[in-house]
Design a protein around this ligand. Structure first.
Ligand code: 2HG
Ligand code: ZN
Length: 449
């Protein structure tokens, strides 16, 4: 660190303990969970509040040094890890939580607060945060906002964009915007919060959020459903939603279930194997759910959780997919949406790819997580899948973002005019291309955004 004048300058702002240059200490920040993305960082800096984030960015901007912001490092598209000697700015120390405002049903959280911490805090006031996902213990709400994370309860509560009432952020020149009032009605100009949510750290660095909360249902009923095929599961979705307390409908397949069981040691959920499984959860007591299931034509079998241990086991069959796949190898990871009527056909087609496919995801949104192990040519297989999705009128990134991983394929889902408009926004807010270069658009060698 002594050799790098930038490190010494930043240490004056954040304290020497929070500027890391030793590779043994920076390693967990410079590679990602998938082990597919990452590279050297010039240094890792860990500011403790918005003012320090602003100072760090200002210093880096003055030196023309690019900055990669990072939350819990649970991203899956290579957008939160360094590529080639950038400053890695970790937001994890900004993990404060303000009081729960029960009247407004909102709370203010630092960008580095984990989803679990936010959920727990909201629950102390009988409320909850609507967005939920498997990486809840590590994912930070700042990172989730930056990527407009969706997760498991989108069908009821929407993605992060619907759940962020406002935010504060540091812009590329080190200036800061503060939209934390949480006013439910505010049409005075452009929606900067909505613009920054999902901008993947390319327009500003989110430092705090005003989050909307939802009532916590007094009772929930969780069940694992077995169908003969994914097509049958899709065809049952309308009926499953006829109880409008449906919060979650997550699908997985026998191949993924086998891998998860191997990884976790869990017993088989059913005595016989089935073609497709759907985890459902209702914000309702059991009787209406049992009535609905009793009338569900295509249902082959169902287990309804009797207690919280059961509920946890049923959820694990679905939520442990990512970890089980990662334990088996380094997958090509694609995250796509296809129109629902096409979902089952799309999933079947993935079986003929030159790789071992594991598909699972969020049924109601037609969001399939395509994980391919053993692909000899990852680029070629990615191209095949994403072109297929583009032809179907789907999205090449349902919820993980474009990151660096999907940059070459952005034009499959966004028109040239849209990409030009996005570039214009980027240039206006970050004219020197210093915030997360290489994410969303190819990095310009000149450093121009
Ligand atoms: C999930 O839904 C995450 O569990 C991860 O979006 C998906 O690992 C994946 O492909
Ligand atoms: Zn997902």
């Amino acid at each position: 660190m002594q050799n790098d004048p930038l490190a010494a300058r930043l240490a004056e702002v954040v304290g020497a303990a929070h500027v890391l240059t030793d590779p043994a200490l920076t390693a967990s920040y410079t590679t990602d969970f998938t082990r597919r993305f990452g590279g050297p960082a010039r240094l890792v800096v860990r500011p403790g509040d918005t003012g320090q984030v602003a100072s760090v960015v200002r210093i880096c901007a003055a030196e023309g040094v690019p900055v990669v912001p990072q939350g819990g490092n649970t991203g899956l598209a290579g957008g939160g890890v360094p590529r080639s000697g950038e400053v890695l700015l970790s937001l994890r120390r900004l993990d404060g939580l303000g009081p729960v405002d029960g009247t407004a049903r909102q709370l203010t959280a630092g960008a580095g607060a984990t989803l679990t911490a936010v959920q727990r805090h909201a629950r102390t006031a009988g409320l909850d945060f609507g967005v939920d996902l498997a990486a809840r213990d590590s994912a930070t709400v700042g990172g989730m906002a930056a990527t407009n994370a969706g997760g498991e309860r989108v069908l009821r509560y929407g993605t992060m964009r619907a759940n962020v009432a406002g935010l504060s952020a540091v812009l590329a020149d080190g200036s800061a915007i503060d939209r934390l009032s949480g006013l439910p009605k505010d049409n005075a100009g452009y929606d900067l919060t909505g613009l920054l949510v999902g901008s993947e750290g390319t327009l500003g660095i989110v430092t705090a959020l005003r989050l909307r909360l939802v009532p916590r249902p007094p009772e929930r009923t969780t069940a694992l459903l077995a169908f003969g095929s994914l097509a049958d599961a899709v065809a049952s979705l309308d009926a499953l939603r006829s109880l409008d307390s449906l919060e979650l409908a997550e699908f997985f397949l026998p191949t993924g279930l086998a891998l998860v069981r191997e990884h976790t040691g869990l017993p088989a959920p059913f005595t016989e194997p089935h073609g497709a499984y759907v985890l459902v959860e209702y914000a309702a007591p059991a009787p209406p759910v049992l009535d609905l299931l009793a009338d569900l034509e295509r249902l082959r079998d169902a287990v309804v959780a009797a207690d919280s241990a059961d509920r946890h086991r049923l959820a694990t069959y679905r939520e442990a997919h990512t970890e089980a796949i990662s334990a088996a190898g380094v997958p090509v990871k694609l995250d796509v949406t296809v129109p629902l009527p096409d979902l089952a056909g799309f999933v079947t087609e993935m079986e003929s790819l030159p790789a071992t496919p594991y598909l699972f995801g969020h049924l109601a949104e037609g969001n399939a997580h395509v994980n391919l192990l053993g692909a000899a040519d990852p680029e070629a297989v990615t191209e095949t899948v994403l072109r297929r999705v583009g032809r179907a009128g789907g999205s090449i990134s349902a919820e993980h973002g474009i990151g660096t991983a999907k940059v070459p394929w952005l034009d499959l889902t966004r028109s040239p005019t849209e990409i030009a408009a996005m570039r214009a926004v980027k240039r206006a807010l970050d004219p020197y291309g210093l915030l997360n270069p290489g994410v969303l658009f190819p990095a310009r060698p000149s450093g121009q955004g």
